[in-house]
Write a protein that binds this ligand. Structure first.
Ligand code: NAD
Ligand code: IPM
Ligand code: MN
Length: 365
């Protein structure tokens, strides 16, 4: 198949992890006889430096014309002055809104080989397999903002339509999994959360086969660490989802491992790792590319309908997480390129169906 992919490397480690994922996508294209074209555009701090705007019109146009968008990360100390008029993060929020990608899927599985990297005891980490569905285009992120010298406000606003579409997406995803949906809110305090909860309750009658539970966000923050294996699909609003998924990254050992897919009702999906621009390690060639490589796998699955190709990337990543090499955030010494080379080798090995890979596959399910 032919597909056009816009890449938005962005800032900090963004370019390093994006080129890693493009290398893997190119190997997939070669191997399976697809033609992927890549077009790079500016977003975030580098776009502010070049054009004065965090989301130039040329970038948005290219994204709207593409089959899918792959993003690295935006932001960094250079653009973080709290009094700055424009900020890199506005570019990312603007893109999410313009593409209408209201459902942000953040899957999380603990690899047994990495369990020792988590601060949690190993027995808590068995069978952890959670899919977070974070609302991505509403709430306090997008409400009216005001600021004077003395007072600032961020309006948190949700409409029934906004809640329904993301909750339906979560119910549908739960149907394809263990049929257990946890809706996280702060209904004991927030009016938006009460609307959220009553909308979930109403929709649940359409999904009698899915078990639904409501959890307040403060206790959820604790339960995620004490009983992570209990959860299947977790749906929540924008800000709660942002915070809970970084917390959940501690379960898998590193923020650098987690991918995401942002989907709406439109054609174009946006794919990005959940981590940021990691200014503390940018430019050193040591960022973990796995979260972005797995985001590329989600791109193949959700935007291009190439499930076998997506699986082959995920299998190759699984292989290197078990066998190494490992980047520094995982306690190893490998650089970004070493990890990419190993993923590419595991990918080729598996698609060539060598004995060793098949033996390993059988042993590891
Ligand atoms: P961060 O996610 O950039 O970094 C947090 C910690 O995780 C750092 O110690 C970093 O070194 C480490 N880390 C992150 N990604 C890693 C990787 N791939 N490999 C190894 N280690 C990794 O969060 P932050 O420091 O709070 O934010 C930095 C900037 O990134 C801010 O400007 C923020 O707004 C932005 N940000 C952007 C996105 C995005 O573009 N999607 C997401 C989150 C944060
Ligand atoms: C994320 C990031 C973004 C968010 C920032 C950079 C705007 O933290 O994708 O998780 O808060 O959504
Ligand atoms: Mn975040």
């Amino acid at each position: 198949m032919k597909a056009s992919i816009v890449t938005l490397p962005g800032d900090g480690v963004g370019p390093e992890v994006t080129s890693a994922a493009v290398a893997v996508l190119s190997a997939v294209a070669d191997h399976y006889d697809h033609t992927f074209s890549f077009e790079t555009q500016l977003i975030g701090g580098c776009a502010i430096d070049a054009t004065g705007e965090p989301l130039p019109a040329a970038t948005l146009d290219a994204c709207k014309r593409a089959d899918a968008v792959l993003l690295g990360a935006v932001g960094g100390p250079k653009w973080s002055d709290p009094n700055a008029a424009v900020r890199p993060e506005q570019g990312l929020l603007g893109l999410r809104a313009a593409l209408g990608v209201y459902a942000n899927l953040r899957p999380l599985e603990v690899h047994p080989a990495l369990a020792d990297l988590s601060p949690l005891k190993n027995d808590r980490l068995k069978d952890v397999d959670v899919l977070f569905v974070r609302e991505l285009t509403g709430g306090a992120y997008f409400g009216a903002k005001t600021r004077t010298a003395e007072v600032a406000t961020d309006e948190c606003r949700y409409s029934v339509v906004e809640i329904e579409r993301v909750v339906r997406r979560a119910f549908d995803l739960a149907r394809g999994r263990r049929k257990y949906l946890t809706s996280v809110d702060k209904a004991n305090v927030l009016e938006t959360s009460r609307l959220w909860r009553s909308t979930v309750q109403r929709l649940s009658t359409e999904y009698p086969d899915v078990r639904v539970e409501h959890q307040l966000v403060d206790s959820m923050a604790m339960l995620l660490l004490t009983q992570p294996s209990r959860y299947d699909v977790v749906v929540t609003e924008n800000l709660f989802g942002d915070i809970l998924t970084d917390e959940a990254a501690a379960l898998v050992g590193s923020l650098g491992l987690l991918p995401s897919a942002s989907l709406g009702d439109g054609r174009v999906g946006l794919y990005e790792p959940i981590h940021g621009s990691a200014p503390d390690i940018a430019g050193q060639g040591i960022a973990n590319p796995v979260g972005t490589i797995l985001s590329a796998a989600l791109l193949l699955r959700h935007s291009l309908d190439l499930d076998a190709e997506a699986r082959s990337i995920e299998n190759a990543v699984d292989w290197i997480l078990h066998n190494g090499p490992r980047s520094r955030d995982l306690g190893g010494r490998a650089g970004t390129q070493d990890v990419v080379n190993a993923v590419l080798a595991a990918f080729e090995d598996q698609t060539g169906a060598t004995d060793s890979f098949l033996r390993w596959g059988r042993a590891n399910g």
